[in-house]
Design a protein around this ligand. Sequence first.
Ligand code: AMP
Length: 284
Amino acid sequence: MIELSAVAAWRRYADEQRHAGRRVGLVPTMGALHAGHASLFRAARDHGDVVVATVFVNPRQFALDGDHRAYPRTPRRDLELAQSSGVDCVVTPTIEEMWPSYPEVTATTVAVHGVGDPLEGVDRPGHFDGVASVVAKLFNVTGPCRAYFGEKDFQQIAVVRQMVRDLDFDVEVVGCPIVRDEDGLALSSRNVMLDLDGRRRARALSRALRTVASGPLTASEVRAALRRVLGEGGVDVAYAEVVDPATFVPCTEHDEGERRALVAAVVDGVRLIDNASVTLRRAG
Ligand code: AMP
C-alpha cells in the first residue's frame, strides 16, 4: 500500500493507473476507520478496482470548528485497517492543500438542492454544501472512477448522485449496505464518544427501524412507531421520517411500496443517524 498526501501525487497516481488500463475505485472517508469503511474497501477490491482511500476530516462540513476538532482521529490504526482491507493507495491530504483559504470559505461552493434540502439539510445547515464541495474536489483530483459510499449516510449518497448527474462527473457512484454491530447499532466513528449507557440507548435507532420493517404500515404509522420506540429508548429525536428514496420527498398516506425510513437522534450530545427500507401500505 502506498501513502500519499500531496494532491499532485494523488492525481498522478490515479492517471497512471488508468493509463495502465485499471479502473480506480475511490473510497472517501474521514478516518477513525472501522468495519463499515472496510466493507467499502473490500467492495472496491472485489470489483477489481485499484482502491484509493482518502482520509480527510473536512472542516467545511462541520458547523462548528469545535466539532471538527473533536472528531475522532486514529491515524496509525487507519493505515493498518486500510492495508488489511485491500487498499492500494491511501491519501491523507492536508487542510492547507484542500482548502488554501481556510478558515475563510472558498468563493466557489457546490450546493445540491432538492434531495439535500430536508432532514440533514434542515438540521445541519451548510453540511451538504461542505460535503458536495469536498467530494467534487476528490472526484476532480482522482478523475474518472467508481466511488463507493455507505448507505449509512443515505441522504449523502442521493446528494452525490444528484451532483454527478448535474455536473457530468465521469464517476459511477456505488452504494454499499450498512454494517452493524451485533446489537444492531450502525457502526460509526462517533460511537467511540458514547459511554456504556449511551451505547445501550443508541440501540433505539436500529430497534425503531426494525419495528417498522416488519409489516406494511402507512406513512404516518411509520413516523409514529419510529418516534415511540426512540422516545422509549431515551434518546432525543431530531427526525423520524419516511421518504421517497430517489427524491427525498416525504411520503403521504397515499404512498405504497418500498420507501426509506430515516432517523436521527442525539445521545449524550452525540448525533447519530440510521435508516432502512420499509414497505408502505396505502391508508384506508
Ligand atoms: P465517514 O468516514 O463517516 O465520512 O464515512 C466514510 C464512508 O463510509 C461514507 O460513505 C459512509 O457512509 C461509510 N460508512 C460509515 N459507516 C458505515 C457503516 N456502518 N456501514 C457502511 N458504510 C459506512
